[in-house]
Design a protein around this ligand. Structure first.
Ligand code: RB5
Length: 152
């Protein structure tokens, strides 16, 4: 069963709690890197803490929530091996796993309600990366650009 790291800034502890309860209810192991209150914090700290858990193998996938989800996704995508997608529709949340091999889902508490948030999480977690053909080639290109070996 997958291990999911979750994190948020001060804009989203409520929605993180909803997501955490949902994940635990589905039997996932959840690692919560905070924040836990609405006291103002800097979202890069929490995106970075979550991404490190994936990079070091403690977690398989991540869910990051801020006001919009955008700041979290920008920070997450600065990490080697992390492919973060900010989604507010279930089609994109599913396809970013299947086509992009995204390993972090981001969204915003100021953008989506809790019902949609849970549907986004399920769409993301229940999808599988296609892992072959065009999608494998394109994701490999992302990795090559990341490590400086892309030659095109
Ligand atoms: C915090 O006010 C807000 O800027 C943050 O949660 C996030 O939306 C940034 O992208």
């Amino acid at each position: 069963m997958k291990r999911i790291v979750i994190g948020c800034d001060h804009a989203a502890p409520y929605l993180k709690g909803v997501v955490k309860a949902h994940l635990e209810g589905r039997g996932f192991t959840v690692i919560d890197v905070g924040t836990h209150t609405t006291d103002s914090v800097d979202y890069p700290l929490y995106a970075h803490a979550a991404c490190k858990k994936i990079q070091n193998g403690e977690a398989d996938l991540g869910i990051l929530i801020c006001g919009t989800g955008i700041g979290m996704s920008l920070v997450a995508n600065k990490h080697k091996g992390i492919r973060a997608a900010c989604c507010s529709d279930t089609f994109s949340a599913r396809l970013t796993r299947e086509h992009n091999d995204a390993n972090v889902l981001c969204f915003g508490q100021r953008v989506v309600g809790e019902g949609l948030a849970v549907m986004l999480v399920d769409a993301f977690l229940d999808a599988e990366y296609a892992g072959s053909g065009n999608h494998l080639r394109r994701v490999s290109m992302i990795s090559a650009i990341e490590d400086g070996s892309f030659d095109a």
